[in-house]
Design a protein around this ligand. Structure first.
Ligand SMILES: *Cc1c(COP(=O)(O)O)cnc(C)c1O
Length: 371
């Protein structure tokens, strides 16, 4: 059994994907060009914003966004400690300081209460706080409107790290289109993945859009005329072709992921009440980039290794909150109990749209045996 079965997906859409790749190969246009532009338009429409910029990865999308907002040495950006390293890494790479606030115990997204307190305290003492990166973890949006309201009150920018939540909805709007700027990733294992690295930035702000377009090609306004220091941050045409070929199936895949999650919920609640199933708020939907449950911390290792012996792969997203990472040792004194507890209890089960009900039953039976 696979944790994410990309082979089944490729078999299902092989002709469309191969066709899209051939068209790019025959066009001879590999860097940006019409296929990337078409994808930007299609996905901007889907998200419901006027502007999208194809970028080289989710990480580079976040970096470009911070650069566009002018983040630099000494600035502070608030984020969550319970995410993939990239979210905070890009802040620190620009010489700015990530400020970690704790998470909600059930959704594992940033706590609005903790955010409000931190922003208030920092602004009161004149801290160089510039913005917020909220992460929509496991496929469910953070409380983007509440976060945007707090940001608006203090003139901060808000970025949604939607690398796991592309396609999710929040109060009827789509992830990456709710606050000032959203970033997603097309890393192969993400809900909408390509066959390499890729990502996209979404915004309604024309000025930010123009700046990110320049920053992704070395700050270039026109050929060999460089206005800013930028990076090589482009989405390549082959990867854009792959996404364009997969995208017509995306809504159906999201619905399948939600069915898979619903069956897991039912099976686990019936057979394994010790396991806490994921919580999705009433005003949103999840695309289940991960199906992540909570198990007692002291049992997790044996459950994971027991399942591995039975041929069932699981994963831990994430075993160490960012303030406990060696690279962020300056933050090691922080106490963020919810993030620390989540890191010790979470366990992700196989999740992809091609998972069969009998496989899910097998997974739950194996898990019960391991308990
Ligand atoms: C995957 C991921 C990223 C980074 O995306 P890449 O395309 O791999 O660079 C950033 N943030 C979160 C929350 C992610 O899950």
């Amino acid at each position: 059994m696979k944790f994410i079965d990309l082979d089944r997906q490729y078999s299902a859409y092989k002709e469309e994907i191969d066709g899209a790749l051939s068209r790019v190969l025959e066009s001879g246009q590999f860097i940006l060009g019409p296929v990337v532009e078409e994808l930007e338009k299609v996905l901007a429409d889907f998200v419901g914003v006027p502007y999208a910029v194809g970028v080289s990865s989710g990480t580079d999308g976040l970096l470009l966004a911070l650069m566009a907002y002018g983040v630099g040495p000494g600035d502070e950006v608030i984020t969550t400690p319970f995410t993939f390293i990239a979210t905070a890494e890009v802040i620190a790479l620009l010489g700015a300081v990530p400020v970690f606030v704790d998470i909600e115990p059930d959704t594992c997204n940033m706590s609005v209460e903790a955010l409000q307190k931190e922003v208030k305290a920092r602004m009161a003492k004149g801290a160089p706080l510039k913005g917020i990166i909220a992460v929509s973890l496991y496929g469910q949006c953070s409380d983007m409107e509440e976060i945007s309201n707090i940001a608006g009150e203090y003139g901060l920018f808000v970025i949604e790290d939607g690398c796991q939540s592309f396609g999710a909805t929040y109060r009827g709007r789509r992830s990456c289109g709710i606050c000032g700027l959203g970033v997603t990733s097309f890393f192969p294992s993400k809900p909408l993945g390509c066959y390499g690295d890729g990502g996209m930035v979404f915004t309604s702000d024309h000025e930010i859009f123009e700046r990110i377009r320049m920053l992704r090609v070395h700050g270039q306004a026109r050929r060999y005329r460089h206005e800013f220091l930028g990076i090589n941050g482009r989405l390549d045409a082959l990867q854009a072709g792959v996404i364009l070929a997969k995208f017509p199936h995306f809504k159906e895949e999201v619905a399948k992921r939600q069915e898979v999650a619903a069956l897991y919920n039912r099976l686990l609640q019936e057979h394994l009440p010790e396991v806490r199933t994921p919580v999705v708020r009433d005003d949103r939907t999840s695309v289940y980039a991960q199906y992540t449950v909570r198990v007692p911390a002291e049992r997790r290792d044996e459950i994971q290794s027991g399942m591995k012996e039975k041929g069932i792969p699981t994963a831990i997203h994430y075993p160490l909150p960012l303030h406990k990472q060696p690279v962020f040792r300056a933050h090691a004194h922080l106490r963020l109990p919810e993030a620390e507890m989540a890191a010790s209890e979470v366990l992700s089960l196989p999740m992809h749209p091609f998972l069969e009900p009998h496989e899910q039953e097998e997974i739950v039976v194996a898990m019960k045996e391991c308990f």
